[in-house]
Design a protein around this ligand. Sequence first.
Ligand code: HEC
Length: 156
Amino acid sequence: MRLRTRIMTLLMAFALTPIALAQSDMTAAADGQYVPRLGDIMNAIQTRHMKLWFAGKSSNWGLAAYELGQLKAGLVEAASMYTGIPATNVNTMGEPVQSISDAIEARDGRRFSKAVDELTAGCNACHRSMERDYIVIRVPDISPFSDQVFAPQNKH
Ligand code: HEC
């Protein structure tokens, strides 16, 4: 439990609004309300993983930061609602999340790509450790989100 709390603190280190939302969802769950299934949280994380990549590739750093926040909130949600998932695997996600954040801050495309590779390896490490080795994540090549513009709309 203490380790889990530490992980949560770690993931929430640069807390943004999405984290606050995740926390209110947790409270709702404790009240016996709707609890999203882990697979559904993961599907949302998968979407953020893709959008994060296309945002970074398009040097849309504002969007990349937003998607990273959403992805992180998803991991926090998964770790808090599903205590059966290994804490150490959630913990290892903290480092690549931080590296991506640093790369976004520095607007460094190369660092960004490397950090997303590390994050993706972290996704798969947990899937393997949970006998889900058939769920393999990779960096995407073509955006399935044809209704969303990833190129930055104005120069910041
Ligand atoms: C701490 C462990 C853990 C981490 C980290 C993790 N996952 Fe998962 N993931 C799971 C588990 C467990 C399942 C299976 C859930 C189930 O059986 O309902 C899963 C399932 C999935 C699925 C399948 C969902 C479906 O229903 O088709 C996808 C996609 C997925 N994860 C994406 C990701 C991505 C992308 C990342 C990294 C950004 C990630 N996961 C990180 C534990 C993890």
